[in-house]
Design a protein around this ligand. Structure first.
Ligand code: AMP
Length: 126
């Protein structure tokens, strides 16, 4: 499988992936929402008063590794993020971020959406 090879290049296998472990509940996290395809939990190092990560349960290492067949899942993650923003009373003022690649700030190679809210955001981001 192509994505396994990519993770091995990153020095990490799926069994070691910390977000896979969170999805399997082998690693403790503050889960705010879960369904059959995805899990959302609070970021351990929040960059805003509300900072939640939304991940698929299935391991995809990055946005660049997603394929055409992942389209429905990616849409599901976006809509779940929007629902959580409403539940967290972020109104319409929040930011959704995907860092792709180490050069863009990705540090965990399991695709995740950052939901950030509760403060003012600037553009362009740093
Ligand atoms: P990124 O840099 O875009 O890959 O984002 C990874 C995010 O995961 C960072 O914001 C980290 O603070 C967060 N993070 C890393 N480990 C954990 C963990 N065990 N539980 C919750 N958040 C984590």
């Amino acid at each position: 499988m192509v994505y396994l090879a990519t993770n091995e290049m990153m020095g990490e296998t799926m069994s070691e992936c910390i977000f896979c472990k969170i999805a399997r509940r082998e690693l403790q996290s503050q889960i705010v929402r879960e369904d059959d395809q995805a899990v959302a939990f609070r970021d351990a190092n929040p960059q805003a008063p509300t900072h939640i990560l939304v991940i698929p349960k299935r391991h995809i290492s990055s946005l660049a590794e997603a394929s055409e067949q992942d389209g429905e899942l990616l849409g599901h993650l976006l809509l779940m993020t929007c629902q959580i923003a409403q539940e967290q009373n972020l109104e319409s003022n929040y930011r959704v971020v995907i860092n792709n690649g180490a050069g863009a700030g990705q540090s965990v190679f399991h695709i995740h959406l950052h939901l950030l809210g509760g403060r003012t955001f600037h553009w362009p981001p740093g």
